[in-house]
Write a protein of this length. Structure first.
Length: 340
């Protein structure tokens, strides 16, 4: 038996775009899910923010890797390096003589296969986790939003992350209906890159497209509070001369339309499968939006008009899953939906 004072409890939201770690009810780490690796030695050179600064700017000797694609581990080795490195960063603040026993709860997409679930569990155990629990992201998001997931009532959550959009109807501590589509923030970023290539003849990288999404990202052509146009600079595709273009939110709402329609269809499909009693609860309570995608301007309004059920954006939607994993960490003995 380990000494209780040597046990550290941490909750990890292992996201495609960002990894958030909670400890003692506080965020101790919030960094991009990216690793910089030296090609010759396979050593980790940088993690998180430092690695993101190197992304798309590296020399031939160093490559930057995003270990998670579409919400699941695509590069097992890089994922292990990243989890280990982040846990080490958190632990460096609490120096002890012994390596602490780590009790970890990790959020994973609800559409994960057995192989993908095992990859997350193995990576976390190799990174030092002695007691590892897994929780499906929509369930964690519901907890983070403040919903009573164990009540005999239907609650619906749409969590739009970096790699996946997770849709779930939750009742009595279980997921009754779930859909997980690999259409989310990364797909929206690609839409913006493609649009700038076709309409403005400008080539932009992932980081610039992400900045455009944050500055003028919208899904409806008319907003009450209009953001200032974003000035983007880059090489002309034909001449390689530097050019600049002013991008408005109306243009972005047009270019993101196809991807948003896929999310709308997935929500409608999940509602079609929902039992009538739970459906009436959802109509009464509304549907909750979480994840970075929930920050797109006008998304709640567009979905409300499309589905005819009110949509509510969670408070601090980016961290809803992380907060939920933190709540689950404190209740591992009581929550039957946690996977060992």
């Amino acid at each position: 038996m380990g000494f209780s004072f040597l046990t550290q409890e941490i909750a990890i939201d292992l996201g495609t775009a960002n990894t958030v770690i909670f400890q003692n009810d506080q965020i101790v780490l919030d960094e991009p899910s990216i690793v910089a690796i030296e090609n010759a030695t396979g050593k980790c050179v940088a993690l998180g923010n430092k690695a993101k600064m190197m992304h798309e700017r590296t020399s031939p000797g160093i490559k930057t890797v995003r270990p998670l694609r579409d919400g699941v581990i695509a590069d097992f080795n890089a994922a292990e390096m990243m989890i280990k490195g982040f846990i080490k960063q958190v632990n460096s603040k609490h120096r002890t003589l012994f390596n602490p026993n780590l009790k970890i709860v990790v959020g994973i997409p609800s559409g994960s296969t057995e192989v993908e679930i095992r990859a997350v569990r193995d990576s976390t155990e190799h990174a030092g986790g002695r007691e590892v629990y897994l929780i499906f992201e929509p369930m964690a998001a519901a907890l983070g939003i403040g919903l009573d997931v164990e009540a005999p009532r239907g609650n619906m959550v749409v969590d739009i992350g970096g790699g996946t959009t997770e849709i779930a109807v939750i009742s009595l501590g279980g997921i009754v209906v779930q859909d997980s589509i690999r259409t989310a923030g990364d797909a929206l970023t690609k839409d913006i890159q493609e649009y700038l290539r076709q309409q403005h003849n400008i080539r932009v990288g992932e980081i610039t497209a992400e900045k455009i999404k944050l500055a003028v990202g919208a899904v409806i052509p008319e907003l009450d509070e209009e953001p200032e146009p974003f000035v983007v600079r880059g090489p002309n595709l034909m001449t390689a001369h530097p050019v600049e273009a002013s991008i408005t939110y109306q243009e972005i709402s047009h270019c993101l339309d196809k991807t948003i329609v896929k999310i709308e269809n997935a929500v409608i499909h999940a509602l079609e499968q929902t039992p009538p009693e739970l459906y009436s609860d959802i109509v009464e309570n509304g549907i909750f939006l979480s994840g970075g995608g929930a920050l797109l301007r006008g998304l709640d309004k567009r979905l409300t008009e499309k589905v005819n059920i009110p949509f509510h954006v969670a408070e601090d939607p980016l961290r809803a899953v992380a907060r939920g994993t933190c709540i689950a960490l404190k209740n591992t003995a009581n929550y039957s939906f946690l996977m060992r």
